[in-house]
Design a protein around this ligand. Structure first.
Ligand code: NAD
Length: 268
């Protein structure tokens, strides 16, 4: 049985009906948090995640919102706070890729990735911080007044040819996350990033769905396995709990060693 480190707290996870977001939402629920499962499409997948989380004995609620739309984000936070009373944890997870060679990238491909991956994190973090400031400390459930976890990527560090729009958003999230940690540390709001390497989800099916693709991917991963959403869920629980109370402004890489640059393992 998982440790119930988050009992009495409420978490909102964006893009929680698929992949990493679904894994994180379930891990937070197993750790005792009530969970808002945000989705933008496939409500049936969101309801399946909600049903699984409710099976852990906590409350869960699926809420639709496109994270890149201010009115939808504000309506979602209002519904969430009306239902649960307040919010303690935000996991800014929703993201997408629209890959193209840079000289062929359309403005629409560039803009959509910026809107969802970066502006979406801005809009949700702003609403969460407004709620944390309004509500103030809740020492009975956590030492921190609020916790924000930004889903970044190894691509906040590793440049990515053919994915300049995506890598640009992840580099920007590092500065957004650190600026918020700096601005709100004195109000006891902790803000950190998770930087996954290769995690097996629908976003990167092409990288793991054939043996050739998988073997090629593994040349980048010293630990020699693809990551699972649970791996990220475990880290999210740690970052949301008081176990990490002295961690803020940090990017935590969880990548089977991808950022130790396997290509140099034979001396370069
Ligand atoms: P995924 O495609 O399975 O999940 C992405 C989720 O975001 C989906 O639920 C999708 O519906 C949602 N989403 C997309 N646009 C949205 C919008 N406008 N509003 C609300 N939700 C929206 O992919 P994933 O791998 O689980 O990705 C989750 C996060 O993890 C992303 O931010 C991604 O950049 C990051 N990440 C993934 C990997 C990996 O290897 N899978 C590695 C590094 C970082």
């Amino acid at each position: 049985m998982a440790d119930k480190k988050l009992t009495g707290q409420t978490a909102l996870v964006t893009g929680a009906n698929s992949g990493i977001g679904a894994g994180v939402a379930k891990s937070l629920g197993q750790a005792g948090a009530n969970v808002i499962v945000n989705y933008v499409s496939k409500p049936e997948d969101a309801e399946a995640v909600v049903a699984e989380i409710k099976g852990y004995g906590v409350d869960a609620l699926a809420l639709m919102a496109d994270v890149s739309k201010e009115d939808q984000v504000q309506a979602m936070f209002k519904q969430a706070i009306d239902h649960f009373g307040t919010l303690d944890i935000l996991v800014n997870n929703a993201g997408l890729q629209r890959d193209a060679k840079f000289h062929e990238m359309t403005l629409a491909q560039w803009q959509l990735v910026i809107d969802v991956n970066l502006t979406g994190q801005f809009l949700c973090a702003r609403e969460a911080i407004r709620e944390f400031l309004r509500r103030g400390p809740r020492p009975e459930v956590s030492k921190a007044t609020g916790k924000i976890i930004c889903m970044s990527s190894v691509h906040e560090l590793i440049p990515w040819a053919g994915h300049a729009n995506y890598a640009s958003t992840k580099g920007a999230i590092k500065m957004l996350m650190q600026s918020l940690a700096q601005e709100y540390g004195d109000r006891k709001i902790r803000v950190n990033s998770i930087c996954p390497g290769a995690i097996q989800t629908p976003i990167n099916t092409a990288a793991w769905s054939t043996p050739e693709a998988y073997n090629s991917l593994m040349t980048l991963v010293p630990y020699n396995r693809i990551g699972q959403p649970d791996d990220i869920g475990n880290l999210a629980v740690f970052l949301a709990s008081d176990d990490s109370d002295y961690i803020t402004g940090a990017s935590i890489f969880i990548d089977g060693g991808m950022t130790v640059f396997e290509g140099f393992s034979t001396g370069g």
